[in-house]
Design a binder for this molecule. Sequence first.
Ligand code: PMT
Length: 222
Amino acid sequence: FASGSLDGVKLVITAGPTIEAIDPVRFISNHSSGKMGFALAQAAIDAGASVTLVAGPVHLATPERCQRINVQSAEQMLQAVNEQLDSCDIFIGCAAVADYRPATVAEQKIKKNDDSMSITLVRNPDIISVVAKHQPRPFCVGFAAETENLIAHAQQKRIRKNLDMIIANDVANSAIGFNSDNNAATLITAQGEHSLALASKTQLARAAIAHIAQQFKAGNKP
Ligand code: PMT
């Protein structure tokens, strides 16, 4: 890990969950704590980068020298990311973006009765796919949170979303992934795979940022 390896480079990192409102008091979300994305932001800053962190609702302190934009929903996250793209060199999508949102948001608290109820969900925009189509196109790094066939599913996702790198994360194992302090991951590019053994998210982030800096400078294409 070389401090200074990202001098003059601008990163945009998404972190945490998004929450999608059902009514004024209820929402759909997931278990992302933001820890992995915030650790990446800190590691990139330590490597000399200027970092904008677009964060869903999480309970974490902002890393020093980091610009933080707080959002709630996937649509807000997309808008905040879009506003950063003209000056972005590297984009890392670590957020666990909700894939669906309720088709309508009730203005008042929904009253219960004895019947079952259903909520119609519609697709949210795929933020990282939008980023990968933007011109100028940043070096795009995604995460793949998978519960089975980790490497194969992650590789398919990298190709489908046109990413330079995907970081495969086994979220079936509760010792790593969502909300834990540790993680293990496999970095996948068109050129090959690189495994990062179980470590704290802080250490894993430093190793991942070192690889991302190397690949970014090599200019390899997806
Ligand atoms: O936050 P922590 O508790 O520390 O946990 C970290 C983590 C497990 C959330 C993180 O390491 C991780 O794996 N994040 C990605 C979670 C995820 O949503 O993966 P996915 O396989 O559904 O999405 C693939 C990629 O597309 C991701 O880069 C995601 O940010 C992006 N995506 C997904 C859906 C969507 N609508 N827009 C997106 O940009």
